[in-house]
Design a protein around this ligand. Structure first.
Ligand SMILES: *Cc1c(COP(=O)(O)O)cnc(C)c1O
Length: 380
């Protein structure tokens, strides 16, 4: 029996050809390909400005800096997220304050946020967890009058939609990931998108040491002009090698999302008939790219998550325990990170698992996974 992985990136000859062309051009660092990828990504996401970065983690770091978040500020984040969501405020000297999530979507809501706000709250990081779009409008209705910046962590959400537009289009600023575990990949890579021209300009500078002229602009002149460093910046650059792969991947995004949604519908139909399991679905306000297809083993279920993981492993199906809870990690277990109840977070972290779902997954592979779920439920 061949093993079914939880995720497999979809790459091929086109990416190889795109990489070869960059190598042959003689310019492999951040340059024309990165600029092209930024323009294409902004167009795809309905964003005005896009600034490519080395990862979503560095994109979040830049987003917080350009939004003016720093020492002494509080940033409300979900604990129910990859650790980078909580780390980013820490990098800029702010305090991550954990808020709970909605038990159905796994995302922050205006209600779960409100109880975590403090007089020092400067920003909120709103995650579209696993690609499920968060309800941005209700969060903005809470935050805008209080002058709180909403930063969307759309790491997982390229190809998801919110009220008929691409996710992220309505955010002040959003951060994206192109890690292979996400919906499209550049190996490692990220992006900041924003409607604010001044924020985009500052992010562009900060990612390249806050240099007054980019290395590629200086290279265009035989007699390179002297550069200046107005503030302390970073090396958060993407390379042209990565961007060339990103351009190929981006063109495939609609096809990838269509296939993922079709596989998700197959899971949802089968799981609806299995007692004790609940599958992630589209919320009423948008569509999900199903970057992570998770199921919750419900309280009334006759079997628990660990048993189900073992059954799947016996059938050579690689599932994963659900999204982590940052507040339980040693890095955040001590220290003051607010006092909000994190009950839904803990329930989801302890009782969800992520099922295999990737573009090349065949219908028969999916049937194999579903058969294990059915037989586990029948045997319990
Ligand atoms: C993966 C992920 C990140 C980090 O992305 P990198 O590109 O690996 O830095 C941040 N936030 C969320 C919600 C993620 O899922």
């Amino acid at each position: 029996m061949t093993r079914i992985n939880v995720m497999q990136p979809w790459m091929g000859q086109e990416e190889i050809a795109a990489l070869a062309a960059v190598v042959e051009s003689g310019w492999v660092a951040q340059g024309a390909r990165v600029a092209e990828f930024e323009t294409a990504f902004a167009a795809m996401q309905g964003a005005e400005h896009a600034v490519a970065t080395s990862s979503c983690t560095t994109a979040l770091h830049l987003a917080l800096l350009v939004a003016g978040v720093g020492d002494g500020d509080d940033v409300v984040v979900p604990s129910f997220s990859f650790i980078a969501t909580a780390n980013a405020p820490t990098y800029v000297g702010a305090r991550p304050v954990f808020a709970d999530v909605d038990p159905t979507t796994g995302n922050l809501t205006a209600a779960t946020l409100e109880v975590a706000l403090t007089p020092a709250t400067r920003a909120v990081v709103l995650v579209d967890q696993g690609g499920v779009p968060a309800d941005l409008e209700s969060v903005r209705a809470l935050c805008d009058p209080r002058g709180i910046v909403v930063i969307e962590d759309a790491a997982c959400a390229a190809g998801s939609t919110y009220r008929g537009s691409p996710v992220g289009a309505g955010a002040d600023i959003a951060a994206w990931s192109f890690h292979p575990r996400k919906i499209l990949t550049t190996g490692e890579g990220g992006m900041v998108t924003t409607a604010d021209a001044a924020w985009a300009t500052r992010a562009r500078r900060l990612r390249e040491h806050a240099m007054s002229a980019s290395a590629s602009a200086r290279h265009a002149n035989v007699l390179a002009p002297p550069e200046e460093y107005a503030e302390v910046g970073f090396n958060f650059r993407m390379t042209d090698l990565q961007a060339a792969v990103g351009l190929v991947q981006l063109a495939r995004l609609p096809e990838v999302v269509e296939r993922r949604r079709s596989l998700a519908a197959g899971y949802q139909k089968a799981i609806a008939e299995i007692d004790g399991l609940r599958a992630v679905t589209d919320p009423s306000w948008g569509t999900c790219n199903y970057q992570s297809f998770w199921v919750e083993v419900e309280e009334a279920s006759p079997f628990d998550r660990e048993e189900l993981m073992v059954r799947l492993a016996e059938a050579e199906v690689s599932a994963r325990r659900g999204i982590m809870a940052a507040h339980r990690q040693p890095a955040y277990r001590t220290g003051d990170h607010g006092a909000a109840s994190l009950r839904a977070t803990e329930r989801l972290t302890d009782n969800t698992l992520i099922l295999p779902l990737f573009h090349q997954m065949s219908d028969s592979e999916q049937t194999r996974v579903i058969d294990v779920l059915r037989s586990a439920a029948a045997k319990a």
